[in-house]
Design a protein around this ligand. Structure first.
Ligand SMILES: [Fe+2]
Ligand SMILES: [Fe+2]
Length: 261
């Protein structure tokens, strides 16, 4: 297996605006970059918080091979049984064993297999066990795959950087999600693992990490509760393209940041 494999990983798709940006840009990026696999973080796909089977099916229909999630996984009850039924959508592996869904999957394309692992950070987030411990067990579940991508859904940059170093040489890529703001530190670590602290978000750049900016500003200026609606101004896709060699190592990682129009 010497041919080049690549993975397009798309950061948190937020609301209808994010889904539309994904729908219009994914065919363009497929044509241009020809990724072997497409993995999408969908934790904000339904109205900005969580996901239902409807949005998950739509994202799969757009060509995603796998969907990863995060702290908003269980917001909508309809998705709970779906997470047990559909293998290619995963929630953080370090959630409690009794919570619905699985934390890893293996997908196949063109005779190549990709293991996908989803993890949640532990700082300011509710996760059953420490990400940097549970990941060992999660990696055993995908040990037969040619390549492995880990989506570390975390608030703290330190937890993501630490995981990147811990997994350097053990997996093809460690990508961070959740903050919705892309970081400028994409690189291949010395052991051959592609790394970025946060991929960013696919949604309205004209809002405040996905929320209408006037609502977010008003809450911060008044300290009074107010409704939050998903923003729709200035949709972008935030993603990364990871190129891999035949040995499960990465050779390159590049940000893919594009406006919809
Ligand atoms: Fe998110
Ligand atoms: Fe999140």
């Amino acid at each position: 297996m010497a041919r080049e494999t690549s993975v397009l990983f798309v950061g948190d798709v937020v609301g209808r605006t994010g889904r539309r940006a994904l729908e219009s840009l994914l065919p363009v990026l497929r044509e241009e970059l020809a990724p072997t696999f497409v993995v999408v973080n969908g934790e904000n796909a339904a109205g900005g918080i969580g996901i239902t089977p409807k949005e998950a099916d739509a994202i799969f229909a757009m060509g995603a091979d796998a969907i990863t999630l995060g702290n908003h996984t269980y917001r909508h009850r309809e998705v709970w049984p779906y997470l047990d039924e559909r293998r290619e959508i995963i929630r953080p592996a370090n959630y409690l064993p009794g919570q619905p869904g699985r934390g890893t999957c293996v997908v196949e394309s063109d005779g190549v297999t990709l293991g996908v692992v989803n993890l949640s950070g532990n700082l300011y987030m509710q996760a059953g066990s420490p990400a940097l411990v549970t990941v060992d067990e999660a990696l055993r579940e995908v040990s037969g795959a040619d390549h492995v991508l880990v989506d570390m859904h975390a608030e703290a940059t330190s937890e993501k950087v630490a995981l990147g170093w811990y997994l350097d040489g053990k997996v093809t890529a460690v990508v961070g999600t959740h903050t919705h703001v892309p970081t400028a530190d994409a690189r291949v670590l010395p052991g051959g693992t592609a790394y970025i602290t946060d991929v960013g978000m696919t949604g309205a750049r004209g809002g405040v990490i996905g929320v209408r900016r006037e609502q977010s500003i008003a809450v911060m200026r008044t300290h009074m509760p107010m409704r939050y609606d998903p923003a729709d101004d200035d949709p972008w896709i935030n993603a990364v393209l990871i190129r891999c060699d035949g040995d499960g190592k990465a050779t390159a990682i590049e940000p893919v940041l594009r406006p919809e129009a």
